[in-house]
Design a protein around this ligand. Structure first.
Ligand code: SF4
Length: 425
């Protein structure tokens, strides 16, 4: 084991150095450690997507690996591919839902700051990635861990002059100075809340508390307001690991958006990786529920919907239908919307019509008469919208029996194709 690696982990609890960990650090080369640390990072959704499940074919080209590269979007809308890794999957915390919890007997590995910088630059030069997503388990204490992560970023920025995108995970409990430096060096920072209620956090992540997790986000918000330099942070909430409802989750997200605490909340379907009496037994991860939360989040942020409008008295979003269609069916008195007259905010309430389509409609009707043909030429999807709109008083969906049940059945058929074969949770 190299001296640098040894120094990084020498004070860890004995349990971490008993089994897989020593083995992999002694015998593993850089790439076996990289493999462990990219696999360990795959449950973090807060940099968007990663990996698929296709097996590697010996005669094929391409590698759809489970982990390693993920994608995000830069401020100008470009899709950026990132090397997504942990600095180490050694962690002194015992979060019950996490594969890296201290009690798990899994192969452990660590990369030095120099190795992280080297790998990022080499992958960048080979055109595999355009940036880095770096997180870590907690070794020794939060400041020590954050300092090592920052060392990797400092090396990248000042030794290699790396000007690419860096997303850095803030370590809860790290000092204000280190969080400030992370904010200044990285393009995006994040701190995961994971759960919505303090009592659940205490039960499932005993070393964490809300004040610990909120603090880095608050520091970043202050810095953002003071300097108006960059966008604030993002966070992630796990869906389905406790009894927290969709409304609980979105209430917190809404509060965070209103307080400008985060720019983006990510929702992550709970994937069981550990056995523990405090964890639920589920057959399939609640991906459909996660998807509905993203849709509702979007409606809250960009469509002017209020939380209560999305739930209509329930605690959960409907799974069979997107939240905007479900709202439309509960509020048929709002429809039909007359496309030649409706304003922007009325148009975007129509299922199937988003901000881009609404702007196209408003522009088109200023220039000429609006017809169904015009809408098709503009590329406006009418699959769902046709049940809710009229043009010059004429409905686009022609039927003798126009009823809530009929629309509901039609919409259900158009919506679940993506999720066929997936068990709604
Ligand atoms: S702090 Fe908790 S969630 Fe983060 S790596 Fe450690 S055990 Fe996992």
């Amino acid at each position: 084991m190299s001296r640098i690696l040894y120094n990084m982990i020498k004070d860890q609890p004995q349990s971490l150095t008993k089994k897989g960990f020593i083995h992999i650090v002694k015998k593993g080369d850089l790439f076996s450690r990289l493999s462990i640390l990219s696999m360990s990072a795959r449950y973090d959704n807060s940099c968007s997507s990663s990996g698929g499940r296709r097996e590697i074919h010996p005669y094929g080209i391409g590698n759809n690996h489970l982990s390693g590269i993920c994608h995000t979007w830069s401020s100008d809308g470009r899709c950026v591919s990132l090397l997504k890794i942990l600095m180490t999957n050694i962690c002194s915390n015992d979060c019950k839902y996490c594969v890296n919890r201290v009690k798990n007997d899994v192969p452990r590995a660590v990369l030095t700051p120099e190795e992280i910088a080297y790998l990022t630059v080499e992958f960048y030069r080979r055109n595999y990635i355009e940036g880095l997503f770096l997180s870590s388990g907690i070794i020794k204490d939060p400041d020590y861990t954050m300092e090592l992560m920052l060392k990797a970023v400092r090396t990248l920025r000042s030794k290699y002059y790396f000007n690419g995108y860096i997303h850095l995970k803030l370590i809860p409990g790290a000092s204000k100075e280190l969080v400030t430096e992370a904010f200044l060096l990285a393009d995006r920072v994040s701190s995961n809340l994971e759960l919505v209620k303090e009592e659940n956090l205490k039960r499932l992540a005993p070393q964490k508390s809300f004040s610990l997790l909120y603090t880095p986000l608050k520091i970043v918000r202050e810095l953002y307001e003071e300097r108006n330099l960059k966008a604030p942070a993002s966070t992630q909430i796990i869906v389905g690991v406790t009894s927290e409802t969709d409304k609980d989750i979105l209430s917190l997200a809404k509060k965070f958006y209103q307080e400008k605490m985060v720019r983006r909340v990510y929702y992550s379907a709970y994937i069981p990786v550990n056995e523990d009496g405090d964890l639920p037994t589920i057959e399939d991860p609640p991906f459909l529920r996660e998807h509905r939360l993203y849709q509702a989040d979007w409606l809250l942020r960009f469509y002017g919907f209020d939380l209560d409008e999305l739930f209509g008295g329930d605690e959960y979003l409907p799974l069979q239908m997107d939240p905007k269609s479900a709202w439309a069916l509960r509020n048929l008195h709002f429809f039909p919307v007359e496309l030649t007259k409706a304003d922007y905010w009325e148009l975007i309430r129509v299922p199937g019509i988003g901000p881009i389509s609404a702007k196209k409609i408003i522009k088109a009707r200023k220039e000429s008469f609006l017809t169904e043909e015009t809408l098709k030429k503009l590329g406006i999807p009418l699959k769902r919208a046709k049940y809710f709109v009229t043009i010059k008083g004429r409905p686009l969906f022609k039927t003798l029996k126009f009823s809530e049940r009929l629309i509901k059945n039609q919409l259900k058929d158009t919506q679940l194709d993506l999720f066929r074969g997936m068990t709604p949770y």
